[in-house]
Ligand binder design. Structure first.
Ligand SMILES: Cc1cc2nc3c(=O)[nH]c(=O)nc-3n(C[C@H](O)[C@H](O)[C@H](O)COP(=O)(O)O)c2cc1C
Length: 225
């Protein structure tokens, strides 16, 4: 059950928070792109700033460590990094492909994970999905949590999966069912509250961890750092 949000008035009293929002589908009439657009509109309505991107902005050749060593990063990945770092948090609406995430998304995550500092580390994220299936692509989001949490992203436990999405969205691109629409809005607003609190009202004392081993300097060890 989602907690009641503190932002009942659209835009009321919120400190500045900026979100990178994108769909992980390259398809022209993507259901997930429509869901991502709804999320961006909702973020703006609740007083945040949304940078709505498309997966094609971040699509890159398959990750190859030799290519990175010789040629550096593709320009699309530079853009992904820049737009992630310009945001306090990210929202991904991802299709489910064979019970997992689309390869184009995993590839972009792999590329961007090679930057130091690594941009997903401690960045808050919310995962959404849309699928014509009865479970809305939710299994794919569980798979997507693995690399993102591995990279230190602070993922909201409240994911939103739109089942039978080909019928659930009306002509105007809105979620047709009123209770479902309300749940979606509450989900977005609750996530925004969390990001706002983390950015503007930090109150948790940070723990200090001392690394007692040898600092990893060889390329083999640095790769798994
Ligand atoms: C390669 C491939 C694998 C798919 N696997 C799944 C799946 O595991 N679960 C599911 O619900 N839908 C699956 N689908 C159907 C997608 O959910 C559907 O095509 C959806 O519309 C894709 O999202 P999009 O509209 O944002 O492009 C798959 C589609 C493709 C092309």
């Amino acid at each position: 059950m989602l907690p009641p949000t503190t932002d009942q008035e659209p835009g009321g009293g919120r400190e500045p928070v900026r979100f990178l929002v994108f769909s992980a589908s390259l398809r022209t009439n993507s259901l997930n792109a429509r869901l991502a657009r709804l999320a961006a509109v909702s973020i703006e309505a609740h007083g945040g700033t949304a940078d709505l991107a498309s997966m094609s902005d971040f699509a890159a050749p398959s990750y190859d460590q030799d290519e990175q060593a010789e040629g550096g990063f593709p320009s699309s990945i530079e853009v992904f990094r820049r737009r992630l770092e310009a945001s306090d948090a990210f929202v991904i609406a991802s299709p489910e492909y064979n019970g997992s995430m689309p390869g184009v998304l995993k590839n972009a995550i792999d590329w961007v994970s090679r930057y130091k500092p690594q941009p997903f580390n401690t960045r808050h994220g919310l995962l959404l999905s849309a699928s014509p299936s009865m479970v809305g692509g939710n299994r794919g989001l569980w798979a997507l949590r693995v690399p993102l949490e591995h990279l230190g992203a602070r993922l909201s436990p409240d994911m939103f999966s739109l089942a039978q999405a080909h019928q659930a969205l009306d002509e105007a691109g809105q979620i047709e069912s009123a209770p479902l629409r309300e749940r979606f809005e509450n989900n977005i607003a609750a996530f925004m509250d969390l990001v706002e609190a983390a950015k503007h009202y930090p109150c948790v004392k940070r723990a200090w961890f001392e690394f007692l081993g040898e600092y990893p300097t060889t390329p083999e060890v640095a790769r798994v750092e």
